[in-house]
Design a protein around this ligand. Structure first.
Ligand code: GLV
Ligand code: GLV
Length: 326
């Protein structure tokens, strides 16, 4: 029995993944609602063959030192992997996996839900009803912009950005995109999506939805200067990573009407502190990083993260590896 691989799983994930890990490995499972504190994480990874991590766990040199030379794989239960120093893992021969593909459509659903909710002021309307303020049908009550026929700018045109474009097509929107890399015409054309540099795209958009990975190139991409390029009527949606937007600049822009509204699934930091100015703003909708949170998708992510973990502890190629930059 002693050759059963030893793994640490840093949170309870759906059984679609946990059962397979339990069947094969000697599994230590962190069962709290909150992530393991740093010192606990470092203690628990010691001597493990594999770790199944969440985006709330930082995997860096200190983590890898604590785990020791036996560590073979870090399997992240997320498509994003900015919590992991992938280059350092590669240097030490530790494989890294993520969960791409399975959450694309679910995340695009939420991005579109946020866009529509912010445009049509659903949270404000809900608060209005619950506060007992609904007294009659009002000609001027809670007016907002149309979604159909408007122009959307999709910043980051990978799998998720393209899935948002398909939804926007159904609403008859004009679709513009920006990405560090232009996508091939045979991808962009069926989506009716036109590439523009950011400074040309932002001034034209009624809606801007962010779908980039967090990297040194995208950190602070949306800042005072870029917000100023946007329309005063624009709605900004972020389901990528919080630090892509400079939150202080966003709060200033929302306060002074530089843009009309924002809808955020991700913040910087997470959770957002309750004294953050954005929390008190009627034109800022915030939900707690739930873009991939459908039952089916979280099950598929669990199965995928488990498959990466089990391949990694056997030193087999991961089904969905993350490759180091460069
Ligand atoms: C969630 O944000 C993910 O990266 O999967
Ligand atoms: C990741 O960013 C994706 O597009 O799936």
């Amino acid at each position: 029995m002693s050759e059963r691989p030893k793994v640490f799983v840093t949170r309870v994930i759906p059984d679609e993944g946990l059962a397979a890990v339990r069947a094969v490995c000697e599994m230590d499972l962190w069962t709290d609602e909150l992530p393991p504190p740093r010192d606990e994480l470092l203690r628990r990874v010691a001597g493990r063959d594999g770790v199944l991590t969440l985006l709330t766990d930082r995997v860096d040199g200190v983590f890898l030192d604590a785990a020791g030379p036996g560590l073979k794989v870090v399997s992240n239960y997320a498509v994003g992997f900015d919590n992991i120093d992938v280059a350092e893992c590669a240097r030490r021969g530790v494989a890294v996996g993520n969960t791409p593909g399975v959450l694309t459509e679910t995340t695009a659903d939420l991005a579109f839900a946020l866009l529509m909710a912010a445009a049509r002021r659903l949270p404000e309307g809900d608060r209005y009803v619950r506060a007992g303020q609904w007294r009659t049908w009002g000609p001027m009550l809670l007016l907002g912009p149309d979604v159909h026929g408007a122009t959307i700018g999709i910043v980051g045109f990978g799998r998720i950005g393209q899935a948002v474009a398909r939804r926007a097509q159904g609403f008859g929107m004009e679709i513009l995109y920006h990405d560090l890399h232009r996508v091939p015409d045979e991808v962009a054309e069926p989506l009716g999506a036109t590439f523009l540099p950011l400074e040309d795209l932002l001034p034209r958009c009624d809606y801007v939805s962010i779908h980039v990975n967090l990297s040194e190139e995208t950190r602070g991409l949306i800042k005072a200067e870029t917000l100023a390029w946007m329309k005063p009527t624009a709605v900004l949606v972020n389901t990528s990573r919080g630090p892509v937007i400079d939150h202080r600049a966003l709060a200033d822009a929302l306060r002074h009407g530089v843009i009309a509204a924002a809808a955020l699934d991700v913040t910087d930091p997470e959770p957002i502190p309750m004294d953050d100015p954005l929390v008190g703003m009627d034109n800022c909708l915030i939900v707690p990083h739930i873009a991939s949170a459908s039952r089916a998708t979280r099950g598929k992510m669990a199965a995928m993260a488990a498959a990466n973990l089990l391949a990694g502890v056997r030193r087999e190629p991961l089904p969905t590896p993350v490759h180091p930059p460069g």
